[in-house]
Design a protein around this ligand. Sequence first.
Ligand SMILES: Nc1c(N[C@@H]2O[C@H](COP(=O)(O)O)[C@@H](O)[C@H]2O)[nH]c(=O)[nH]c1=O
Length: 165
Amino acid sequence: MCAAILFYETDKPYGCFSNFSRHPIVIGGVTWPTSEHYFQAAKFTKRTDVDAVRSAPTPFLAAQMGRERRRSFRNDWDSARDEVMREALHAKFTQHTDLLAILLSTHGAALVEHTRNDRYWAHGGDGSGLNMLGAPPTCAATAPSPTNRYQGAAASPARPGHTGW
Ligand SMILES: Nc1c(N[C@@H]2O[C@H](COP(=O)(O)O)[C@@H](O)[C@H]2O)[nH]c(=O)[nH]c1=O
């Protein structure tokens, strides 16, 4: 059976796998302070909302803003969010080679976002969640000769998070 690596808080072991880790990414020529900023901003259609999230001083605040439904929330988010996340993670782990090395060093282990607060991206604290954040790298790790656990992201649309901003 595969070992499991649990992560959540950025200051704990493997905290770099959290989207809240302070690793900027560049997508579409734009720099995002964290993958969380990119992910949360991609929920919105209006540039003012996108820019507001990108400017959030912390990933925590970016996530709070991304959860505000008074903003221009895109109506296809449920079908778009996996690709947005894949794109964000691909950028993060290809633009930070130290993180990619850590990711590759976990080969064979199940990566699990460990929190009770989320049953989609995390495993819900008790395994009842889908753990979608951990699942893509875990699947990629089982592919033959992976050079990049997020290599599947190469098939992503050019800018899935951008809907006419
Ligand atoms: N790490 C972490 C969280 N988890 C992250 O929240 C994002 C999903 O947001 P949403 O789709 O709005 O529910 C996704 O990046 C997931 O990994 N949430 C938090 O409130 N605090 C945290 O420290």
